[in-house]
Each structure stands twice: as structure tokens, then as C-alpha cells.
Design a protein around this ligand. Sequence first.
Ligand SMILES: *Cc1c(COP(=O)(O)O)cnc(C)c1O
Length: 359
Amino acid sequence: MDRVFNFAAGPAAMPVEALETAAREMLCYKDTGMSVMEMSHRSKMYLDIFNETEALVRELMGVPDDYAVLFLQGGATGEFAAVPLNLLSRSADYIDSGNFAHGALVEAQKYGTVRCVASSREAGYTRIPEWNAADFDPDADYLYITTNNTIFGTRYAELPETGRVPLVADMSSNILSEVYDVRRFGVIYAGAQKNIGPAGIALVIVRRDLLGHAHPDCPKVLDWTLMDKNGSMLNTPPTYAIYMAGLCLKWLKKQGGVAAMEQVNVEKAKMLYDLLDASAFYRPTAEKRFRSRMNVTFTTPSPELDAAFVKEAAQAGLVNLKGHRLVGGIRASIYNAMPVEGVRALADFMKKFEMENEK
Ligand SMILES: *Cc1c(COP(=O)(O)O)cnc(C)c1O
């Protein structure tokens, strides 16, 4: 069977080149006579893979030397707990822009004082909430945001100014898709399965002066300070997922890096939003100013037509377009690995479906 265009929100499509390299190296990596999966995480050969992957993250994102780069387990959801367990002593501010932001806030409440300083929950998360910097606690341990809201298809058009208060960002669904100045953040973290590589890794980038404050009862595997001291190898890291992430990052570098990829991503998203804006049939669900470039959400005139759209698209080789179960409708996730041709094929299908089904 031919490969399809996979619009899944995560785990998501990966670069074919990375998959091909992995297939070629599956049974025998270089001259080791074994698969990467079978290697000790302490072996020289594996440490080379690990170090190269970390170096690629640093190079592609421009991570300064005074930031630690960690590869941990537990996914993004593990970091919902790790953030307060490593940073929260007095009080933290959260902006509630979507389901994952809300989940992070609720998790943090287990560990200390947490304030919600802005929320778009009442508006059905169709926008990034309006905030007033005067509401931020100038002595907060951190201010927490989710840069791209995967389920609702929204993205921060600008970042909040937090002064001395460290900005903590869940970038799970838009990391490496656009240029961010890492210096604006105290902590950036992301689950890997959207735009980094396969599931199984939480990538954490943390400014080193924020280390050393973990709760005494923080589990060792969530303790950034301990993990940094041990090169992410306090225990066995997700070795194969890190290797695969490295292959994906090499591919990204070959595409010209994050800035070049951002241009392609803007072009891909524009293709779909232009079509949605010109149509009386489809309705985009996110407010224009906050539209995500990674997750494009929309509806047809009825839930029945939404379902028919998803089904007929799949028959045409465009799969996993069903919206998240919380919101319904249609969602096209177009991360870095989704080629322009895939988005063009979707746009063509959308035009055809509209023509066949408009009244
Ligand atoms: C997918 C996602 C998560 C959850 O990731 P897991 O790795 O499944 O825990 C959290 N935050 C955002 C923004 C996401 O897109």
C-alpha cells in the first residue's frame, strides 16, 4: 500500500527520510552488529547518538549555553507536574488558553498556590485570552503559557511580557515550527510526538539558574536538577525515541533549519485559511488573529457533512482529519513533516467536497 497523507495531531507524520534511515539501520547500526534498540545507554556508540541529538536541538533552536537540554520520560503531561515540582515555592500564574493549559493548571494546584490570570474557557477556547500584565504577580515563581493549542487550533500571536518572572512554555505542538528566542523563556518543554520525533520523550529546555529548587518530595525522574547532573541518564532514557528524534532533526537541518521551515509552514497554513475564508461552506473555528499554523480547525455546515468529509478524505488518502472529541468538526494538523503537496492535496479535496455538497 502507498503511504497516505497523515493529518494526525500526534503521534503525527514523520519525515520519510528519517523513517528510511531507521529502516536501513534497524538490524545493524554502523559497525556495531546490533540495533540502536539493543544498545546500552552508557555505551560510546549510544552516547554519540545522544550527544549529537542534543547538539542538533541546541543548534536548530539557538539554545544558549546557560540552558540545560534534557530528554525525559512521562511526556508533556509528566511535565505538567514537573514544572511546579521544580519551580513552585510561593505562587505561580497560569494563562488558560486550552485543554492542555487547563490540565497543567489543575495538576499544579496539587503542589501549591496557583492563580489563573487569564482564561478563554468561557469563549470555548476559540481565542488566546486577553491578559492584563497588571494582573500578573511580580513575585510569582513563573508565568505559564501554552504557545500553540493543539485541540482548538490557536497560537499566541505575541508573548506576554513578564519582566523578571520566568516565562514557562508548553510548546508541544509548535516547537521547531517557528523561530522563538529561547532567551525570552525560563523553561520550554514539549512532548516529542508532534514536531520532534516519535512519542516517548519530553524535551525540556531550562535556564540553569532556575535549577536547584525542586520540592524535597519531587520524584527523581521529574527532578530537572538531578537529571541535568546525570545527563538525562539518572535511569534509562527512551533510547530509541531519542535516536529517531535525532534523525528527524537532521532532516530539519537539511531543509534549512527552523527559519526556513517557518516560511514553509506559513505558506502551508495560508493555503488552507485562504480557502476557508473564501468559502461560504466551511467555517474556520479559531479567531483570525490567533490562528494556529500547525492545527487548522474548521467545520462544514453540519456534523453529518463533517463525518462524510472525514470518511471521503480518508478514501482519497488524506487520513486522520477528524476533530478532537471535545470539539468535533475537522482538524488538519500540518506539522513540519507534512509536505506542501499534502496540504495542496487536502485543499483540492476541500474544493471538490464543497462543490459536491453545497446547496
Ligand atoms: C499533546 C499535547 C500535550 C500532551 O502530551 P503527552 O505527551 O501526551 O502528555 C500537552 N500539551 C500540548 C500543547 C499538547 O499538544
